[in-house]
Design a protein around this ligand. Structure first.
Ligand code: FBP
Length: 551
């Protein structure tokens, strides 16, 4: 890295805050076992699938100064999409390991899980770690989306670890990566491979959370970046008073990002996929809902507004959900034939002819560009890549058509001029907020403490996150505790349960109680950019979601 910005220089000196137990004792701590645990659902099946790691106790840490630790070698990978705070997880892990014994070594496996399988690594030295402290991105060792799931892969990972004498692996990833961390921990215990496996909760999507894990790192910074941009657009909309802005936000299936940004910026319309599914809303009904707000604002001479759209929306609309699931099966079964078709038109025709009558009708009613986007390659987990489907454009076109019909019928007299935006990559590598810098570092430090206490099959957990960091508590949660059994590609498999927006939860309820006002009036809030220097109330507050959920 040749040149760095002035902010980066100043930010390099930021010392992330740690939970009190570490702030007082450093890594000289003792692990304490809590109660034995059970999985959140499907207990009998999960117990049978994970005989060695099921039922482990919760772990917390207390002071125990003076203990010496043997020399350890630890490997780390970053898995999946980038999330601000990842570099600090690695820095916290490094500092915890070095504090325990300066002879400890940290191996960074390159490019995500594939680095672990293919034995591509770099030994992380203090100079490298220092250059990446408090920075965004995953470029210190790179990331990737290879699935670590087969026994052949597990055997290769075991062989690579044994070759280097590695005692423990830390997997920094989302729900799928941590599910695989759990499978790996179980496999190693079964095969008596002496390598511990510890997970860390990462994802901007905010969907890796439960009773024990309050949030994933990255959600805080990403939503603050998007909220800054949305606020800027709202101010532009309210200044020019001539555009409707349709903004799609990343987040995969869950709408946590859209909901958090709505709470921060108070736009006119926010669609929440989980509500669409609960109400079984059709695409037509969603379009009517948005167009009605446009019409009501037009009647008050407000021909402008802002609409937030979660990127997974399309998958939650019942007729689209059915279509996507048919397409997933169809493309998986006919992969070679489909790819051999020479033109896009032939591919579209092939698909349309194989779909059920209902899905074929839905598919054929979509604009050509959306049809093509629906057929794009699935990700390694077999999911449609929702970030590549331009739902925001689809909604603009459909709202425009409906308003046109209303105009002809004399029931609408406004002007509708729309702009589309997609915010995702803009926030994933932002310099971490104080919250994510502190939380990421604390997670890394906690992972080192779990390793030093000999644990495997755990996720590093830091709790009481809505309070100041000095009141945070560190511990470990057995990965099996978060598991349930789900049907994936026709098979029953154990997976960490993905957290969707709960319609009965405080964040959604808070939003729902205000959204009608925000639709009618112009009550925008402009959060401005993340602040790294200044008073705690400006620099440190957690997300609204976390505050509401944990207050
Ligand atoms: P993770 O679950 O890996 O953290 O995904 C985060 C995410 O940004 C999603 O919001 C988005 O749908 C996806 O990654 C985009 O994937 P890609 O980086 O492969 O374009």
């Amino acid at each position: 890295m040749s040149q760095i910005s002035n902010l980066q220089k100043a930010r390099a000196n930021y010392q992330p805050k740690l939970p009190a137990v570490f702030a007082r004792n450093g890594i000289a701590i003792k692990a304490q076992d809590g109660e034995a645990t059970t999985s959140i659902a499907d207990q009998a099946q999960i117990k049978e699938m994970f005989p060695h790691t099921y039922g482990l106790p919760l772990v917390s840490f207390a002071g125990d100064a003076g203990k010496t630790h043997p020399v350890l070698k630890v490997g780390v990978i970053l898995s999946g999409g980038q999330a601000p705070g990842g570099h600090n997880v690695i820095a916290g892990l490094f500092d915890g390991l070095k504090a325990a014994n300066p002879g400890n070594t940290l191996f960074g496996f390159l490019g995500g899980p594939s680095g672990l399988i293919e034995n591509k690594y770099q030994i992380l030295e203090a100079g490298t770690i220092d250059a990446f402290r408090n920075t965004g991105g995953f470029d210190i060792i790179g990331s990737g989306r290879t699935k670590l799931e087969t026994t052949e892969q597990f055997d290769r990972v075991a062989a690579n670890c044994q070759q280097h004498g590695i005692h423990a692996l830390v997997i920094i990833g989302g729900d799928d990566s941590n599910t695989n961390a759990c499978l790996l921990a179980e496999y190693f215990l079964k095969k008596q491979v002496k390598v511990q496996v510890i997970g860390c909760p990462k994802t901007i999507d905010g969907d890796l959370k439960n009773e024990q894990i309050e949030t994933s790192f990255g959600f805080d910074t990403a939503t603050k970046v998007y909220s800054e941009l949305i606020g800027n657009i709202e101010r532009d909309a309210n200044s020019a008073k001539k555009y409707w802005h349709f903004i799609k936000l990343m987040g995969r299936s869950a709408s946590h990002i859209a909901l958090e940004c709505a709470l921060q910026t108070q736009p006119n319309v926010t669609l929440i996929s989980e509500e669409v599914a609960a109400k079984k809303q059709t695409l037509k009904q969603i379009v009517e809902q948005v167009a009605t707000v446009v019409r009501e604002r037009a009647a008050a001479k407000r021909n402008f507004g802002v609409v937030l759209i979660p990127e997974g929306l399309i998958e939650f609309v019942p007729e689209m959900k059915a279509l996507i699931s048919e397409l997933n099966d169809l493309l998986a079964r006919n992969d070679a034939h489909f790819k051999s078709l020479p033109t896009t038109d032939e591919q579209l025709q092939f698909v349309s002819s194989k779909l059920s009558a209902v899905s074929s009708q839905v598919f054929n009613s979509m604009p050509h560009t959306i049809q093509i986007q629906l057929l794009m390659d699935r990700d390694p987990h077999g999911n449609v890549q929702v970030s590549r489907i331009e739902t925001e454009r689809l909604l603009i076109d459909m709202v425009q058509d409906l308003l046109g019909e209303w105009k002809s019928a004399g029931t609408y007299q406004g002007k509708f001029s729309a702009q589309n935006h997609f915010f995702g990559y803009e926030g994933r590598c932002a310099a971490p907020s104080n919250f994510d810098a502190d939380y990421g570092y604390s997670l890394g430090y906690t992972a080192s403490a779990l390793i030093l206490s000999g644990r495997t099959g755990y996720m590093a957990a830091v709790r009481h996150l809505s309070k100041p960091a000095t009141q945070w508590e560190a511990g470990g949660v057995p990965l099996t505790m978060m598991m349930n059994v789900e049907r994936r590609h026709g098979k029953s498999v154990p997976v960490i349960k993905k957290a969707l927006v709960e319609l009965g939860g405080k964040p959604f309820q808070n939003f729902a109680s205000q959204r009608d006002q925000w639709a009618k009036n112009t009550e925008y809030v402009y959060p401005g950019p993340i602040q790294y220097f200044g008073p705690a109330e400006v620099c440190d507050p957690p997300t609204r979601t976390l505050s509401l959920e944990r207050s």
